[in-house]
Design a protein around this ligand. Structure first.
Ligand code: SF4
Length: 149
């Protein structure tokens, strides 16, 4: 996807939670849900049978949405404010919008991460080994022509 789009909007619980030019989104994730999505992508460099990271919990009930941030029950960085107030969609750098009180990479988020210690999710830096079109080489030398379907 990173090689095929100019801009990405990430939705959670029926709302856009992060929107940014593609390169910006991958290099400077702000929303913890986006961070969790990127963390769940298999990496080429991982040994086989490496367990994929899963996002614990369940999506929100949209009939009776939770008070505060929709992602709070599943967010590793959740704070009391998140349970009370729904964060607005804000633009912190040109074209990069996010919906989070303690965005990834912010000073507050780094403090929360430090308190979590080993329980903190993997760094939000661009996952190494993400599949890119430029990385794919298909050797068709041994393929047989079966005459179509
Ligand atoms: S507002 Fe709070 S609960 Fe919601 S994503 Fe941000 S840190 Fe997590």
């Amino acid at each position: 996807m990173a090689g095929r789009t100019d801009e990405i909007a990430v939705m959670y619980g029926g709302k856009i939670v992060e929107q940014a030019p593609t390169a910006d989104l991958f290099s400077a994730v702000r929303m913890p849900y986006t961070e969790a999505l990127l963390g769940s992508i298999p990496k080429i460099a991982d040994p086989s049978h490496t367990r994929l990271l899963a996002i614990g919990g369940r999506p929100p009930d949209l009939v009776v949405p939770p008070k505060g941030c929709n992602f709070a029950p599943r967010c590793p960085y959740v704070q009391p404010k998140c349970l009370d107030e729904d964060p607005p969609l804000v633009e912190t750098t040109p074209g990069h919008l996010h919906r989070c009180w303690f965005p990834v990479g912010s000073e507050e988020n780094l403090e929360i991460r430090a308190r979590l210690g080993d329980a903190a999710p993997p760094s939000a830096a661009q996952p190494e080994g993400l599949l890119d079109d430029a990385d794919i080489t298909i050797d068709t030398a041994g393929w047989r022509d079966t005459g179509g379907m």
